[in-house]
Design a protein around this ligand. Structure first.
Ligand code: 5GP
Ligand code: MG
Ligand code: MG
Length: 179
C-alpha cells in the first residue's frame, strides 16, 4: 500500500468485479441503442477504460473535461467546460461516465448541457457515490459503491493530481491534505 494512504476501501479486484457487473447491466439496457459514452476527465479515465471493455454493444466514446475542485478537496460549486466533446450529441443515447458523485453539481450541470443540445437520452454511470454531501437533486442510473463522507483517491481520482495510478480506492492520511 502507498505510504500516504490510511485505508483501502475497495481493492483492485473488488473494483474489477463491480465494473464487470455494471458493464453487463449496461449491455442489456443498451441493446440496439448504440450509446455515445462520454468520459468526464480526468477522474473517470480508468473507470471508462475498464467499463467499455465490459460493454458488449456497439458504442462510440468521447471525452469532456470540466473544472470542479482545483487542488482543494471541496467543490467550488462553479462548473466550467475545459474541453468540450468532438461530436454532436443531438439524437444520441448518451452515457456519462463519472468517477464519483459528491455534491452532484458537476453532473447536474453536464446533464443540463447535454439535454439542451438535444441528446435523445442521458444516462449516468458513476463508480462511486458519496450521498452525504449531495446538494443537487440527482442519482446515477448505474452506481458502483456508496462511500462514506471521506476524501478518497486512486483508480483515477487524485489529490493535487497525484495518486490517480493507484489500482484501488483509498482514504488519504489527513496530514497529507491539511499540511
Ligand atoms: P461534485 O460536483 O459531485 O461535488 O464532484 C465533482 C467531482 O469532484 C467528481 O467528479 C470528482 O472528480 C471530484 N471529487 C468528488 N469527491 C471526491 C473525492 O472524495 N476524491 C477525489 N479525488 N475527487 C472527488
Ligand atoms: Mg469526476
Ligand atoms: Mg480532482
Amino acid at each position: 500500500m502507498h505510504n500516504d494512504i490510511r485505508e483501502v476501501l475497495y481493492s483492485e479486484q473488488q473494483i474489477q468485479e463491480k465494473v464487470k457487473e455494471m458493464g453487463e447491466m449496461i449491455s442489456r439496457d443498451f441493446e440496439g441503442r448504440n450509446p455515445l459514452v462520454i468520459c468526464v476527465l480526468k477522474g473517470a479515465f480508468i473507470f471508462m477504460a475498464d467499463l467499455v471493455k465490459q460493454i458488449a454493444v456497439p458504442l462510440e466514446i468521447d471525452f469532456m473535461a470540466v473544472s470542479s475542485y482545483g487542488v482543494s478537496t471541496k467543490s467550488s460549486g462553479v462548473v466550467k467546460i475545459i474541453k468540450d466533446l468532438d461530436v454532436p450529441v443531438e439524437g444520441r443515447n448518451v452515457l456519462i461516465i463519472e468517477d464519483i458523485i459528491d455534491s452532484g453539481l458537476t453532473l447536474s450541470y453536464l446533464i443540463d448541457v447535454l439535454e439542451r443540445r438535444n441528446a435523445r437520452s442521458v444516462t449516468v454511470a458513476a463508480l462511486f457515490d458519496k450521498p452525504a454531501r449531495r446538494t443537487a437533486e440527482l442519482d446515477a442510473d448505474y452506481k458502483g459503491f456508496v462511500l462514506p463522507d471521506e476524501f478518497v483517491v486512486g483508480y483515477g481520482l487524485d489529490y493535487a493530481e497525484k495518486y490517480r495510478n493507484l489500482p484501488y480506492i483509498g482514504i488519504l492520511k489527513p496530514e497529507i491534505y491539511t499540511k
